[in-house]
Design a protein around this ligand. Structure first.
Ligand code: PFF
Length: 455
């Protein structure tokens, strides 16, 4: 290893940074539209179950593995896989690849958010007479390669700059600064949404389940999203976990991260659906919900420009604290394995991610005809990573912690900083049971159903 491993300044720093990773486009852009498309609260109930019995246990397993090994994913598997080492090293490589894929297209949407923030300031986002008009404006922008690549580049550069400064002085400082601002803006948007006349229709949509649209595919989407939203299944939390001090309570931290992430997704859903319904728009608009419908909503209310600026600022912050976590995972993996300095790696990795993202960026314009299974490149990246690679990664982490490490070591690591009362020992046992049996089996079954083996 080339440099001494850094650590967080404190438990709060870790919680905010990891919550910053978890809270992202997944919460504000994706969660509301997949909820809109998959039956409203019926989907939310399935999603919450996935978070509770699979997401949180695997999240804890990943953080624990990182703190235990004090290394990134590739080195961790290399060092601790006593059996089947080449296979596990390939898993580390898979995490790296998943990170590259997610980061490449994630930066594109993040770039749109930043671009839309500036469009809002100029006054371009609050003068639409219908969502059709807003959609047309959006399509015009995203099919313009210069606009899209410019914002994508700026976003990659912003993330790179933060990671350049390291764990404590870059990532932790930014998370401590931005997360509270994020929360205050979101809370104001929720209060505003609820105060609109007709907002109760949005509340109804979020509270009354419609089970008629639920299928195995819904469960796959909910499970995939549980991993995506918690940032689990590709080693990001493993790397963040490797910067935690041995005296910190990872059980408390893990639960806090999941609570914050879930609460923020629900708040974003509230802010969006109350305003969308109050203004009479359609909630099942798909990925365009935030960029087609919300601008039309902002156009139909007084001072819409201010709300629109705040909203896209919120989205940009959420995206930034997530992209830096993925970049940090890539950087840390390379740092473990080479003698290169953080600074050089950050520059190289950012350049790579930028170039890899260009096909996704062009998916909405000149390259929209290229793709697979009727999906454009951007959608292929999203589907592949969120619905397949992350649950697969999560399953592998659960198997590694549950079956490959010794039970004694795992429980020792879990209880360090957490304590050892009878209740805490029982929590440890239940957690290990979920990690060992429930999570891998459930994920496997959902996979089988998704590819049509069980109906
Ligand atoms: N959790 C982020 C979101 O909800 O937008 C996305 C993400 C970040 C996924 C980091 C995976 C990851 F490792």
């Amino acid at each position: 290893m080339s440099e001494q491993r850094e650590h967080w300044g404190g438990k709060l720093g870790f919680i905010l940074a990891a919550a910053g990773s978890a809270v992202g486009l997944g919460n504000i852009w994706k969660f509301p539209y997949i909820t809109g498309e998959n039956g409203g609260s019926a989907f939310i109930i399935i999603y919450l179950i996935c978070i509770l019995i699979v997401g949180v246990p695997v999240l804890l397993a990943e953080v624990l593995l990182g703190r235990y090994s004090q290394r990134g994913p590739i080195s961790t598997f290399k060092l601790y896989a006593k059996k089947h080492r080449p296979f596990w090293m390939a898993v580390g490589g898979l995490f790296f690849l998943t990170g590259l894929i997610i980061l490449s297209y994630y930066n594109v949407v993040a770039g749109w958010s930043m671009g839309y923030m500036v469009e809002s300031v100029i006054g371009n986002i609050s003068a639409f007479s219908s969502s059709g008009d807003a959609a047309q404006h959006f399509n015009q922008l995203v099919s313009n390669p210069l606009w899209i690549i410019f914002w994508q580049f700026l976003f990659v550069a912003a993330g790179g700059l933060i990671v350049y400064f390291g764990v404590k002085n870059g990532i932790e400082k930014i998370a401590r600064l931005l997360m509270p601002i994020f929360f205050i803006i979101l809370l104001s948007l929720v209060i505003w949404g609820i105060s609109l006349e007709g907002s109760e229709k949005g509340l109804n949509f979020l509270l009354k389940p419609d089970w008629s649209t639920v299928s195995y595919k819904t469960i796959l989407i909910a499970l995939g999203h549980a991993f995506f939203t918690l940032s689990v299944g590709m080693g990001v939390l493993l790397v963040y976990g490797s910067y935690i001090n041995k005296t910190d309570n990872i059980v408390f931290c893990g639960i806090m991260i999941a609570i914050l992430d879930t609460m923020i997704a629900l708040m974003a859903g509230l802010a969006i659906f109350t305003s969308v319904f109050a203004m009479g728009f359609n909630p099942a608009e798909g990925p365009g919900l935030v960029f087609h419908v919300l601008p039309a909503v902002f156009s139909s209310i007084p001072h819409g420009g201010i709300f629109s600026t705040l909203f896209f600022f919120l989205l940009s912050i959420a995206a930034l604290t997530s992209t830096i976590s993925i970049l940090e995972m890539l950087v840390s993996s390379i740092m473990d394995e080479t003698r290169l300095s953080r600074h050089h790696i950050v520059i190289g990795a950012s350049a790579l991610v930028f170039v890899l993202g260009i096909p996704s960026a062009l998916s909405f314009g000149g390259w929209s005809h290229i793709g697979l299974w009727n999906l454009n490149i951007f959608d292929v990246m999203d589907y592949l990573s969120a619905n397949i690679l992350l649950p697969l990664g999560g399953m592998l982490v659960a198997i590694f912690v549950g079956w490959y490490l010794s039970k004694k070591d795992v429980l020792y690591e879990l209880h360090q900083g957490f304590g050892l009362t009878t209740t805490k020992r029982n929590i440890g046992r239940v957690w290990l049971f979920l990690v060992k049996y429930v999570a891998p089996i459930l994920i496997f079954l959902v996979f089988l159903s998704a590819i049509g083996v069980i109906k």
